[in-house]
Design a protein around this ligand. Structure first.
Ligand code: PHE
Length: 365
């Protein structure tokens, strides 16, 4: 056997390795594999010729051809790994998504293009003002059980608030069961709070509420804030003082007239509606001799305390609830409720506030 036979293996090795290095993708690489190691590949062909050689040549030649076969396999493997990494990089680059891209073009209002919606702003104000009086924020679910929304609050089965035209009912989880509701007020969170914690209690509950009603002053989804205070010696003087202070601070009118008018709610006894002074003619708050109803309140009914596991012989308290849209419209002279939910940038630019000037108690002074 001459050195020419080894040379032809060297040449074959060089040409296969060049083809492997040139293969630009996995499909081209596979073509190289077939042409070298496939059934009628070049290396396979060489292996087939071994049988015809005399035994002493066959051993040396066999070792060389098998070594070549191993080297080709290794070179194919390493190139496959590289090409797979390329393919993954290319796929990642092609599918790249910039999650920091804004979903829509910014409105052309300069650096302060985001702003705080009037509803959120009022909630911030409520939290700051009641927070200064020692109230914390409580929350509850939008989908309520009949018991929390009605029965526990001493609202009997025949009460008009239960009728279908007011309340959004959902399908009962089990046939024949009571229908869950979209909460019609924030008052069910009174029950949840009393069940969850020991008195004394001082919470406000800003949140979404739902009633099947739609016109210039009613929306099927709106917001309320509930207040609940429970203590051993809480009386109507606390109720009146808290609400008068709050209303004067919120509307920024130190001598705002406030009137408590006897009323009825199933869950308070006695119950009072609260009016503030304004002018029906000009819409101005604080003077003009007319009264505007603004919220409902009362001493928590003993049955409600008992329903929520609190002994009415030991504890008593007061509660109130008001519409957040309503007090926001009055404070800022907003005439129509519907634009609150329309995301009209012109309206937002007019009524929304800068996120860079959060509400502080100083604003209410
Ligand atoms: N839940 C009553 C309503 O939605 C308001 C209210 C709350 C009245 C608490 C009294 C006490 O109209």
């Amino acid at each position: 056997m001459g050195s020419g036979m080894v040379d032809d293996l060297d040449m074959l090795r060089a040409s296969i390795e060049a083809a492997i290095a040139e293969a630009a993708d996995l499909r081209a690489l596979d073509a190289v594999r077939v042409s070298a190691l496939g059934k009628s590949g070049e290396v396979t062909g060489l292996l087939k010729t071994l049988g015809a050689l005399p035994p002493e040549e066959r051993r040396a030649r066999g070792a060389q051809v098998n070594a070549l076969k191993l080297e080709v396999e290794r070179a194919l493997d390493s190139r496959r790994t590289t090409l797979e990494a390329f393919a993954l990089d290319a796929k990642l680059a092609a599918e790249r998504m910039d999650v920091t891209l804004p979903p829509r073009p910014h409105p052309p209002t300069g650096p302060e293009s985001g702003s705080i919606h009037p509803i959120s702003r009022t909630m911030e104000e409520l939290i700051a003002l009641f927070g200064a009086m020692g109230f914390r924020v409580a929350e509850g679910p939008d989908i309520e059980g009949d018991w929390h929304n009605f029965s526990a609050l001493n609202i009997p089965d025949h009460h008009p608030a239960r009728q279908d035209h007011d309340t959004f009912y959902l399908t009962p989880p089990e046939p024949g069961g009571r229908r869950p509701v979209l909460r019609t007020h924030t008052s069910p969170v009174q029950i949840r709070t009393m069940l969850e914690e020991e008195p004394p209690i001082r919470v406000i509950v800003p949140g979404r509420t739902w009633r099947a009603d739609h016109d210039a002053t009613h929306s099927p989804m709106f917001h309320q804030v509930e207040g609940l205070v429970i203590g051993r010696d809480i009386h109507m003087g606390h109720l009146k003082g808290t609400l008068v202070d709050f209303l004067r601070a919120f509307f920024g009118i130190a001598d705002l007239p406030v009137r408590f008018r006897s009323s009825y709610f199933p869950f308070t006894e006695p119950s009072m509606e609260v009016d503030i002074g304004w002018s029906r003619r000009t819409g101005e708050l604080g003077q003009g001799g007319d009264w505007l109803e603004i919220l409902g309140s009362g001493m928590v009914h003993p049955k409600v305390l008992a329903n929520a596991g609190i002994d009415p012989k030991v504890w008593q308290g007061f509660a109130f609830g008001m519409g957040i849209e309503r007090i926001t419209m009055l404070k800022h002279g907003i005439p129509d409720l519907r634009p609150f939910y329309e995301a009209d940038l012109r309206w937002l630019r007019h009524y929304a506030t800068s996120p860079l000037s959060p509400f502080t108690l100083h604003d209410a002074a």
